[in-house]
Design a binder for this molecule. Structure first.
Ligand code: 48F
Length: 258
């Protein structure tokens, strides 16, 4: 029995690992925008993997506001909330309160059920570049990074990479720093997010969701960060709509390249 328990896990995990070494889409970051993008892509038959460095995907959604575990969504995002079966209570005009734990677990559940491969405890530390295009990501165990161990990584090739790393816009920063290239942002560089301005930030999250370099897309707070837009705190409609928008944009891109 002991042998079978171990063998079942090792066989299954390495099957999964082999499947994600060459994918259509690699998503970096399991916050709400990345998770929702992975759900819509998988639902549309795209081979998609999502890498999250923490034990639990979900990013900043679990904690609500200052650990008060409720969040706000606007009516524009209600069709997505309903599609995921998340309960919501009307609160003020056009605004709804949802339980952050139910919302986050539902995103993870639906992404996985739709066929997205979710890989936790793995950090993306670099990208692959071929012919002036991002063509994949370079991964390692998150604890290897934390312990600063000198261990070489594994390479995952992908037609498209999505930077959904939240406030730090890590993938875009690495791409810019290491390669001295110009990004499709107002200055050509990663500008970094501005202070709190909820209404404006929710709007720009969706506008800034786009391809910023051939093969590299941004969503969620990473989209606002690269373009120098505001933060918005515990309102999540923009994150969900950004995840949906980037999935549609990537679907077009992937279908053109298959
Ligand atoms: O920050 P995060 O939740 O991303 P998001 O989809 O949503 C932002 C909101 O949660 C909130 C907000 C909205 O109202 O302002 O902050 O933009 O999740 C980003 C995830 O990416 C992981 C990180 O651990 C987090 O779970 N992550 C970041 N860098 C890496 C990474 C990396 N290099 N490799 C793997 N995972």
């Amino acid at each position: 029995m002991e042998y079978l328990v171990s063998k079942g896990i090792v066989d299954s995990y390495f099957e999964k690992f082999k499947k994600i070494l060459n994918v259509d889409v690699a998503i970096v970051g399991g916050g709400p925008s990345g998770l929702l993008a992975s759900y819509y892509l998988a639902k549309n038959g795209v081979n998609v993997v999502l890498f999250e460095r923490k034990l639990a995907p979900g990013g900043g959604m679990w904690g609500g506001a200052m650990m008060f575990n409720d969040i706000i969504v606007q009516h524009e995002a209600l069709p997505i909330v309903n599609e995921l079966g998340i309960n919501h209570k009307p609160y003020a005009e056009g605004l709804y309160v949802i339980d952050s734990l139910q919302a986050t677990s539902s995103l993870i559940y639906h992404a996985s059920k739709a066929g997205a491969t979710l890989m936790n405890c793995i950090s993306v530390e670099d990208v692959v570049i071929q012919d002036e295009k991002v063509n994949g990501v370079v991964i390692n165990w998150a604890p290897v990074h934390r312990e600063r161990m000198h261990v070489d990584p594994i390479i995952v090739t992908a037609k498209v990479v999505l930077d959904a790393t939240g406030h730090d816009c890590e993938v875009a920063r690495i791409l810019e720093r290491k390669n001295g290239i110009k990004l499709n942002t107002p200055t050509g560089s990663v500008i970094g997010e501005r202070s709190m301005s909820v209404y404006e930030a929710e709007k720009t999250t969706i506008e800034n969701t786009k391809e910023i370099y051939p093969g590299l897309f941004v969503s969620g707070m990473a989209a606002n960060g690269v373009s120098g837009s505001f933060r918005m705190g515990p309102i999540f409609g923009g994150m969900l709509l950004s995840g949906q928008k980037v999935a549609n944009t990537i679907l077009n891109a992937v279908n053109q390249t298959v």
